[in-house]
Design a protein around this ligand. Structure first.
Ligand SMILES: [Fe+2]
Length: 373
């Protein structure tokens, strides 16, 4: 049986755009006190264009009048309808969104505004609340280290996950073993695989990514050049053809959402992934280079300034790498565990832990799996 939800009807373009504005206003936060103005243009309905002016709150100005603009975001109405309909599962990086949007000017403003219109589902809200209560009850903020287990049984692992305890598993090897996963070998075997989608048309193959990675490895200073695309896949769906190299880990493949690939050249001085928490249990297998994770227990959410606008994973305003205690004073009381993950090691991170990820070596490669439930 094939059951599909009926597509929602939008009464009018005006209703869609006004609904979106309400989402933007409700989710907007600006703790870094960024100022600027974004012009949002609706290609097929220019009468609905509006200005979003950053302040302590977001100010919407309409009709458009002469006003200096820092950023211009241009959408077809159909994309705005998608955003309005899918705000609980929205992924701005998907080609259906990013491939249809034109952005000009200060992209940080565009990013901050865009992220204001996502929201968590009730399931995610309830789940995170339960995890925060569990970690508090177990006193996880007082943990000093993450235990390493050599090839534990599935039962042992399930017990640790039930307790909300992160675990590093040793003794696993992909096929071929980690030491053989070099950039040259990857290009030879998977050179034609698609590893990034910058838009619906522009797909990057692993061979092209490797060329970009070699450029960054030769000239590391280019990694700070914001005009260049990152040479990092940032959790793109792992190409299907790689799946068999990483057999199912302790559970069936059907227990996980499609695996994600984190491959590229990254700065070793700044976080590769900013502080956030995931509402489902994650398995992070390290293949190339080492990674360091700073873990904060779920019950420290009130100290880490998590964003109110999020859909799936919840990012934080506080950045432990560059702490601004003047803006986020409660973060002084937060306590983390530092974990170094080596090639061949698997971190099993029960849902709810906040984490910031650094690549200690570049190039880096990891594969992550999230439980489906
Ligand atoms: Fe994560």
């Amino acid at each position: 049986m094939n059951v599909a939800y009926p597509a929602p009807e939008f009464a009018s373009a005006e209703e869609t755009v006004n609904g979106l504005i309400q989402l933007l206003e409700g989710g907007f936060e600006n703790p870094y006190e960024i100022s600027g103005t974004v012009l949002v243009q609706v290609v097929d309905h220019p009468e609905l264009d509006f200005l979003a002016v950053f302040g302590e709150a977001l100010k919407i100005v309409r009709p458009i009048h002469e006003h200096p603009v820092d950023t211009r975001m241009t959408f077809p109405l159909a994309t705005l309808e998608t955003i309005f309909r899918d705000y609980e599962i929205l992924d701005w990086r998907s080609p259906e969104i990013l491939g249809t949007v034109e952005l000009e000017g200060n992209l940080d403003l565009a990013f901050q505004l865009g992220m204001s219109c996502v929201r968590p589902s009730n399931t995610t809200i309830d789940r995170l609340a339960a995890l925060r209560a569990l970690h508090k009850k177990k006193g996880h903020r007082n943990l000093d280290e993450v235990v390493r287990l050599h090839l534990p049984s599935q039962h042992q692992l399930l017990e640790a996950i039930d307790e909300g305890l992160p675990t590093i598993i040793t003794g696993l090897e992909p096929s071929p073993p980690c030491k053989d996963w070099t950039i040259d070998w990857l290009v030879e075997k998977y050179g034609d695989s698609i590893v990034c989608r910058r838009s619906s048309e522009l797909k990057i193959t692993l061979r092209e990514l490797a060329d970009q990675m070699r450029l960054f490895e030769e000239k590391p200073e280019l990694e700070n050049d914001t005009t260049l695309d990152k040479a990092y896949t940032e959790g793109v769906k792992m190409p299907h053809e790689m799946w068999d190299d990483f057999g199912p880990m302790f559970f069936d493949r059907e227990d996980f959402i499609p695996a994600q690939l984190w491959l590229g050249s990254v700065s070793t001085n700044t976080p590769a992934t900013a502080l956030h928490c995931d509402p489902t249990t994650g398995f992070l297998f390290q293949v190339m280079g080492r990674k360091r994770l700073e873990l904060f227990s779920a019950d420290q959410a009130d100290l880490l300034y998590p964003k109110k606008a999020y859909s799936y994973y919840q990012s934080c305003w506080f950045n432990p790498h560059k702490p601004r205690y003047d803006l986020f004073p409660k973060a002084k009381g937060a306590k983390s565990i530092s974990v170094d993950l080596h090639p061949g090691e698997l971190l099993v991170q029960p849902a709810g832990w906040f984490h910031q990820v650094f690549a200690l070596d570049s190039p880096t490669m990891s594969v992550s799996y999230f439980w489906r439930y």
